[in-house]
Design a protein around this ligand. Structure first.
Ligand SMILES: Cc1cc2nc3c(=O)[nH]c(=O)nc-3n(C[C@H](O)[C@H](O)[C@H](O)COP(=O)(O)OP(=O)(O)OC[C@H]3O[C@@H](n4cnc5c(N)ncnc54)[C@H](O)[C@@H]3O)c2cc1C
Ligand SMILES: *[C@@H]1O[C@H](CO)[C@@H](O)[C@H](O)[C@H]1NC(C)=O
Ligand SMILES: *[C@@H]1O[C@H](CO)[C@@H](O)[C@H](O)[C@H]1NC(C)=O
Ligand SMILES: *[C@@H]1O[C@H](CO)[C@@H](O)[C@H](O)[C@H]1NC(C)=O
Ligand SMILES: *[C@@H]1O[C@H](CO)[C@@H](O)[C@H](O)[C@H]1NC(C)=O
Length: 379
């Protein structure tokens, strides 16, 4: 496909076409995009659709980054991102609708189990959980730790709506710990008091949990890159996988070209570079990745914004033994919790189990924060 295109362009070049990209030197592009996750693929495809000559360099052997759909169970599961959080004004949601792809809402309707194995009061827990989650839309005006803020509002709420619950100190402790874990799942944090409740983040309107179900989130990348339904791709976009970028030499003034050097020694040049590696990669590499070094304000931001962990353990079963269309959560009695050893402690810190919509016989177990590093399942 590319070879054909170059020949076609050469021909046009011979005929005197002025704006054909083949007139630039080999390995030279209008823009190089480093990293082909959702940010990189969006940037690369937007430019390529505008006719720019673009090179995408991806260290991994696949595109998608933190989006990864894999066949599992009787369908597909999402190892990375799973839901479109809000539909109104979401370019991801709109891309699905424009291509006649159905995405389905997933409700958070939660089943509750106590650590002694009995079922908990799901109706009450759902009501209180939705109350706490809605608080995220009404952040406080003054700085306040997230846990402190939610606890304060929650106590006011039960005083007014469920005064009888005030006597059940264990339930309050266990519920708030469950909310703490759920918030850590949202924020990739270790503890909800490590996060500020104050935020300028605005949620998109519409349903907040839209699933690509059996299509898989990777369909979004096919749409972006015009390969969905055997589409022909984007003619002015080159993608190179297994290309880890080790050095970006950028001109301080904006007139020179940028040089992008890969681990295997290959060098590419362009007028622009867009770097979309994650904050985690930047933290590890910013001092060696850029020449000249990044300006101080960028280095400060990279150092000071923290990046956290969210993990999923996805299990498949021969038979479906659970109730479909539910999520599951656990309230841990402190004495039950203490029975777990240091190695197994993460088991008592699971915020929820969710059911993948792309595969009916699978369950996703969520973990978050530093605990994620010690997850090990004796399989
Ligand atoms: C378990 C999990 C669940 C999530 N669930 C959701 C969800 O339900 N909904 C949602 O909206 N978001 C979710 N997210 C967040 C979402 O996945 C990310 O915000 C998004 O995918 C980030 O895209 P990105 O392009 O910024 O970064 P990435 O996807 O990390 O892309 C960066 C790319 O750069 C590449 N790269 C790194 N270093 C180099 C190098 N030196 N040279 C070349 N390439 C390099 C990487 O391999 C990667 O492909 C979830 C994340 C996780 C981890
Ligand atoms: C989506 O469906 C409508 C109505 O059937 C059709 O007109 C349109 O061409 C379809 N779009 C795509 C991208 O397939
Ligand atoms: C389990 O614990 C709950 C309170 O945490 C209690 O109400 C219930 O009776 C206990 N069930 C069993 C079987 O011990
Ligand atoms: C800008 O950088 C280029 C290449 O690094 C150099 O050739 C040029 O002289 C510089 N221009 C100015 C105005 O500094
Ligand atoms: C679960 O949800 C799916 C789609 O949202 C629906 O088709 C199915 O009937 C539901 N199953 C039950 C048991 O409610």
């Amino acid at each position: 496909m590319r070879a054909c295109l170059i020949k076609w362009c050469l021909l046009l070049g011979l005929l005197g076409s002025a704006n054909c990209f083949v007139t630039t030197t080999p390995n030279s592009y209008d823009t190089i995009v480093v990293g082909l996750g959702s940010a990189g693929c969006t940037a690369a495809s937007t430019l390529a659709k505008a006719g720019k000559k673009v090179l995408g360099l991806e260290a991994d052997n696949r595109i998608g980054g933190r989006v990864k759909t894999v066949p599992f169970g009787d369908g597909v599961v999402e190892v990375g991102a799973e839901w479109i959080h809000g539909t109104v004004g979401s370019r991801i949601y709109e891309s699905a609708i424009k291509n006649n792809i159905t995405v389905l809402p997933q409700e958070l309707d939660i089943q509750v189990y106590m650590s002694n194995g009995s079922t908990g009061n799901a109706e009450l827990v759902n009501e209180l959980m939705y109350y706490c989650l809605d608080l995220m839309d009404h952040p406080p005006e003054k700085p306040e730790a997230l846990g402190h803020f939610i606890t304060r509002k929650f106590m006011d709420y039960i005083k007014e709506k469920h005064p009888e619950v005030l006597n059940d100190k264990d339930f309050i402790t266990e519920f708030l710990e469950m909310m703490n874990l759920l918030m850590n799942d949202y924020e990739a944090s270790n503890d909800w008091n490590d996060v500020s409740a104050q935020t300028k983040y605005e949620y998109l309107g519409g349903h907040r949990y839209m699933s690509w179900h059996r299509h898989g989130y990777m369909t979004f990348f096919e749409i972006l890159l015009n390969t969905y339904n055997n589409g022909p791709g984007l003619p002015t976009l080159d993608i190179k996988l297994n290309k880890e970028v080790t050095l970006i030499k950028w001109p301080k003034n904006s007139t020179g070209q940028v040089e992008v050097i890969c681990k295997d020694g290959d060098v590419y040049k362009a007028n622009n570079v867009i770097v979309t590696v994650s904050l985690g990669v930047l933290k590890e590499r910013y001092s060696s990745l850029f020449s000249p070094p990044l300006p101080n304000e960028k280095v400060n931001s990279i150092d000071k914004i923290s990046i956290g962990l969210v993990g999923k353990i996805i299990l498949s079963f021969a038979e479906i033994w659970w109730r479909p269309n539910k999520s599951y959560t656990f309230l841990w009695d402190s004495a039950d919790e203490k029975q777990y050893s240091k190695d197994d402690y993460w088991l008592t810190k699971i915020p929820e189990l969710s059911l993948p919509m792309g595969s009916s016989n699978t369950i996703t177990v969520w973990t978050s924060g530093d605990r994620t590093k010690v997850v090990s399942i004796g399989l």
